[in-house]
Ligand binder design. Structure first.
Ligand code: SF4
Length: 65
């Protein structure tokens, strides 16, 4: 499973950080910064799927599963 973050789509709601601080942090303006890009460790795959589905801007893509 790979996580692809589309920076241009992020509107800074912060939901990803609230749901999965293991995967995302926020910059000084509240926009998401992925802590993992590319291969997602197996133990974080469920979280990655959840944040992808719950990002209101569809900024987080999951590929390969
Ligand atoms: S939930 Fe989506 S739009 Fe909101 S900060 Fe995270 S990536 Fe950006």
């Amino acid at each position: 499973m790979k996580l692809v973050f589309n920076h241009w789509a992020c509107q800074g709601h912060g939901r990803c950080f609230e749901l999965a601080p293991e995967l995302f942090t926020l910059d000084d303006e509240g926009f998401a910064v992925p802590m993992i890009e590319g291969d997602v460790p197996a133990e974080l795959e469920d979280k990655a799927r959840e944040v992808s589905q719950r990002c209101p801007e569809y900024a987080i893509e999951i590929n390969g599963s």
